[in-house]
Design a binder for this molecule. Structure first.
Ligand code: FAD
Length: 291
């Protein structure tokens, strides 16, 4: 493998300056748990790796006019945050199940999202929490709703000279509950065969679904929202047959393009969506009641 330069800027401006200077020859590295695996597998590295590790100002979880999570926040920080556990439960479900403790200690939220794998565990929860990606580059900051962020498998709208700074989640989550199901063959160190995130907003008496959001991973080339299933649930009184029908719609071709892969056959993935959308909706509803 060829040699590469490893640069360690200490602030965001320096990092953006280096990206601009080296243009297409450079790549960012945060925790390195995707980047280093890729370099190892392909035996190819960019000429310059720009490490974000010293940008400790981008490691935070704040509630302040919405929720703000710095791009360098690790999965372990999300797992250990009581704020995330109680108010952004689906994200807590996901972050706590990424890889192993060692991976969660170094792997970052920003890396998970910018890598843009169809299986990224935090993508579904962030989609149902209606998150927005905040990107910064030489021309300043811009905000991109996460539902518009992924453009293909391992592809995003991020320009080569931009750094993902944080994920923003709108504040009005008072009557929302959320949950994430990662379907795997074993309990640890597995990417999901399918990932299902659900967020529901319930009426004051917890009987009616005022808003619903459903996201699926490994069900299409990118993480997706299952809009027809969401629309079906809105305004309905919560009941087993209603949730079951939402599961059926979510698993149909109206919502996703599930494929057979080496890891799993399509029919099995569809079954998991059909069965677990209702289960995650019930868990999300329980969490509204318990808040
Ligand atoms: C053993 C193992 C198990 C794993 N298990 C899981 C799992 O269960 N679930 C799962 O979803 N993932 C899993 N992963 C993948 C990986 O750990 C996660 O995707 C992790 O969140 C990546 O974060 P990172 O900081 O290590 O990213 P890096 O590898 O540093 O970067 C990933 C990509 O994002 C870009 N990038 C990183 N930060 C930024 C930023 N702030 N702005 C712009 N671009 C940026 C990099 O240039 C690169 O393209 C696993 C990996 C390994 C090695």
């Amino acid at each position: 493998m060829q040699d590469f330069e490893y640069l360690m800027p200490t602030n965001l401006d320096q990092a953006i300056g280096l990206l601009k200077k080296y243009e297409n020859k450079a790549a960012l590295i945060a925790g390195g748990t995707d980047v280093m695996v890729k370099i190892g597998k392909t035996r190819k590295a960019p000429d310059v790796l720009i490490s974000l590790r010293r940008l400790s100002a981008l490691r935070y979880i704040k509630k302040n006019g919405g929720y703000h999570i710095g791009a360098l926040t690790t999965h372990r920080m999300l797992e250990q945050s009581t704020l995330v556990q109680s108010e952004l439960s689906a994200l807590h479900d996901a972050a706590s199940q990424v890889g192993s403790v060692q991976i969660r200690n170094v792997g970052t939220l920003g890396g998970n999202i910018c890598n843009a794998a169809p299986s990224a565990d935090t993508a579904g929860p962030l989609l149902v929490l209606d998150a927005t990606a905040v990107l910064e580059g030489p021309l300043g900051r811009r905000r991109v709703p996460l539902k518009e962020f992924f453009t293909g498998t391992y592809r995003t709208v991020r320009k080569p000279d931009e750094v993902l700074v944080e994920m923003e989640i709108p504040e009005d989550l008072g009557r929302y509950g959320s949950a994430y199901w990662k379907h795997t063959r074993r309990k640890a160190m597995e990417l999901p065969l399918i990932g299902i995130a659900v967020a529901l907003k319930l009426s004051q008496d917890n009987s009616q679904i005022l808003d619903s959001r459903i996201a699926l991973t490994v069900a299409a080339p990118t993480p997706i929202r299952a809009y027809p299933a969401e629309d079906f649930l809105k305004g309905k009184v919560i009941a087993d047959d209603v949730l079951k029908e939402a599961g059926r719609i979510a698993s149909s071709a109206d919502c996703c393009t599930i494929r057979t892969s080496l890891r799993c056959e399509a029919w099995y993935r569809e079954e998991i969506v059909r069965v677990f959308v209702p289960r995650m909706a019930k868990l999300a509803a329980e969490r509204v009641k318990n808040r």
